[in-house]
Design a protein. Structure first.
Length: 177
């Protein structure tokens, strides 16, 4: 499938995920699982498919965003890249959280007026990797991709073989070769 390129200013593009890169959502994850009374799972992938949909509704509620904490390393990298080119914040969060996400990022020190934010459109239930790959396919000149999912970075490698890829885990990150 061919996608139209995004209209962006010329120059290198630096792509950052939100949850797991700019934001530590660990407490939100724990609270969502607690509210579902699930003690046997630590990730949504371990949940029964029927319960998984309910998990995402709870986890992606505006109310629980208050539990998030900034990931300083991701934010510092983003701030550094602002002076080098265009920064795109690409998140699988649904568009209904757009304003709340901007408030959250701004509260964590991200100058939201200087970044492009791309979020999952209403009704889009594709896997994160599929959604993000469809957006990445439309971005020219990707210099770096920062994500906490290896599968997303592998898709980025196929689309942008020259891009530097960074896998974020906890309070650190590593370049994926």
């Amino acid at each position: 499938m061919r996608y139209k390129a995004m209209l962006l200013p010329p120059g290198d593009v630096y792509v950052f995920d939100v949850d797991g890169v700019l934001v530590d959502a660990t407490e939100r994850l724990r609270e969502a699982l607690r509210r579902l009374r699930v003690s046997s799972a630590s990730t949504p992938g371990e949940l029964d498919p029927r319960l998984r949909q309910r998990f995402w509704e709870v986890f992606l509620s505006e109310e629980l965003l208050a539990l998030d904490r900034p990931r300083r390393v991701g934010i510092q990298l983003l701030l550094d890249r602002l002076g080098r080119g265009v920064v795109i914040v690409l998140t699988g969060r649904p568009y209904r959280l757009y304003r709340a996400t901007l408030r959250e990022l701004q509260g964590f020190g991200v100058p939201v007026d200087r970044v492009v934010v791309s979020m999952r459109p209403r009704g889009d239930r594709r896997r994160d990797v599929e959604f993000k790959a469809s957006v990445l396919a439309r971005i020219p000149s990707v210099a770096e991709v920062h994500d906490d999912e290896l599968e997303v970075l592998e898709a980025a490698r196929r689309l942008h073989p020259e891009a530097r890829l960074f896998l974020h885990r906890g309070d650190s990150y590593e370049q994926v070769t």
